[in-house]
Write a protein that binds this ligand. Structure first.
Ligand code: FAD
Ligand code: NAD
Length: 402
């Protein structure tokens, strides 16, 4: 057809929202829209630590894409993207090929182990539904095995979390909820189970006020999380971390790496120029040197001109990228000037389990405890509402009181 073809890669926060907005901005006569995603469902990446700990069911964190995108308006392709060939505007999928006139790359992040010896082979990582479900199942298996096999060492109950950034801390908070439940279920003394969070820096979550950081640490420690701060992980073996200057070994039955992420490796395979695994996009969110390629969410560095460094990669930002991108694609089709992306910071909240958290909202107001936990649920529900509307919010939202 002579209609322009817009292809969106990835149905996460950035890709799904861009697709939804494009269907509102453009009539079927104006453009064909194609959405490519590895699975037939969207998942809430920001809930994956809960799936991994087992505090929510994997199904609560996902919904069918065809429930929120009209398949008669958007061609839905469930396949894995392998590479983009920008020269002849072609996308290589695991099971085929498609072409595009306008491209949106929103393939999210991958775990980054920085080449730490043994980490990729031996540690779990929280990256998608399947990898998170695997962690949940593995932890439960350790409890079951310990109970059924007299020979099993107590260290098999230890859970090591490598890295105390947002993901590590939120995961530790969920483990603090889950471990007592598992102890009850398998009739195991809670004191036998260790949750150890190892962090190279002298503090956890350095972006928060000292007060909030102390509060978070105390809250987690009170619920049995141990911290090893200022201790870099040098190596990961099959059943341990080797940490710190004296190469201390900590044995565990479950090892989860939460020490860093990077952009999807499709970017590199496609020949884009990378900075620490991502593309530094222009102000209008296009890849430098490309008229028709937008890169969004965790695949992009978007510069914060005021601060002189990129904005942190968040779901909040990814959804805002989507709006600018959809408007800019419409502008390109209409021959109008493109918008510059402006980030509207609504603040940050980190959960510390179901009823606790810390946050900084409304330009710096600190929050802690139940109010932070409540705010986190508001944020989670807002996200699912923006992506799925009322129907999905009612089905999957965190609307039950705690
Ligand atoms: P994603 O939402 O991750 O979506 C990427 C999509 O691409 C997925 O659907 C995936 O299946 C698909 N995909 C990947 N590779 C391929 C391929 N090769 N082919 C086809 N499809 C593919 N941010 C916040 O703002 N607030 C939070 O509270 C928060 N909590 C977080 C908690 C955790 C545990 C984690 C890991 C992250 C959290 N973040 C949070 C960060 C946030 O999740 C990311 O910034 C956000 O997911 C980025 O959105 P995205 O659209 O770029 O990618
Ligand atoms: P991160 O990069 O923010 O944190 C990784 C942590 O691991 C750092 O503190 C780092 O010092 C530590 N680390 C790295 N190498 C180490 C080593 N060898 N030994 C010990 N510690 C080591 O990664 P993340 O937590 O996955 O977060 C990624 C992004 O996702 C962040 O930028 C954040 O904005 C976003 N996120 C946000 C939320 C939220 O808003 N609630 C939650 C999760 C993630």
């Amino acid at each position: 057809s002579i209609k322009p073809k817009i292809v969106v890669l990835g149905a996460g926060y950035a890709g799904l929202k861009t697709t939804r907005e494009l269907t509102k901005l453009l009539s079927p006569e104006e453009a064909d829209i194609v959405l490519v995603n590895k699975h037939n469902y969207h998942y809430e990446t920001t809930w994956l630590h809960e799936v991994a700990a087992g505090t929510i069911n994997p199904n609560q964190a996902r919904f069918m894409i065809s429930d929120v995108i009209n398949p008669n308006r958007v061609r839905l392709i469930y396949d894995a993207v392998e590479e983009v060939n920008t020269e002849d505007q072609r996308i290589i999928l695991e099971n085929g090929e498609i072409t595009y006139d306008y491209l949106v790359i929103a393939l999210g992040f991958e775990s980054n182990t920085f080449g730490i010896k043994g980490m990729e082979e031996n540690a779990f990582a929280i990256v998608d539904i399947d990898s998170s479900r695997l962690i949940r199942e593995h932890i439960e298996l350790q409890f079951a095995k310990y109970k059924s096999d007299e020979e099993t060492d107590e260290s098999s109950l230890t859970i090591l979390v490598g890295g105390a950034g947002f993901t590590g801390i939120e995961f530790a908070g969920e483990l603090a909820e889950r471990v007592p439940q598992l102890c009850k279920k398998y009739d195991i003394d809670r004191r036998k189970v260790k949750i150890i969070n190892v962090e190279a820096m002298p503090t956890i979550l350095p972006m928060f006020d000292k007060d909030l950081v102390s509060y978070a640490m105390k809250s987690l420690e009170d619920r049995g999380v141990e911290f090893r701060l200022g201790a870099a992980i040098n190596e990961c073996t099959e059943d341990s971390f080797i940490i710190g200057e004296d190469n201390e070994e900590i044995k565990a039955g479950t090892i989860v790496w939460t020490g860093g992420v990077t952009g999807n490796s499709v970017l590199g395979k496609s020949g884009f120029e990378l900075t620490r695994g991502k593309v530094t996009v222009d102000g209008d969110l296009r890849a430098p040197g490309y008229e028709n390629v937008f890169i969004l969410g965790d695949c992009a560095w978007v510069m914060d001109e005021e601060a002189g460094r990129p904005f942190p990669p968040t779901a909040q930002a990814a959804m805002q990228h989507a709006s600018t991108c959809a408007n800019n694609i419409q502008a390109l089709l209409y021959g109008e000037p493109l918008q510059k992306f402006v980030f509207e910071d609504r603040g940050t909240v980190a959960s510390l389990g179901v009823t606790d958290g810390i946050g900084s909202v409304f330009s710096g107001t600190p929050l802690k405890g139940k109010s932070a936990a409540a705010m986190k649920k508001v944020v989670d529900n807002r996200s699912i509402f923006l992506l799925g509307g009322t129907k999905i919010l009612l089905k999957k939202g965190k609307i039950r009181p705690f």
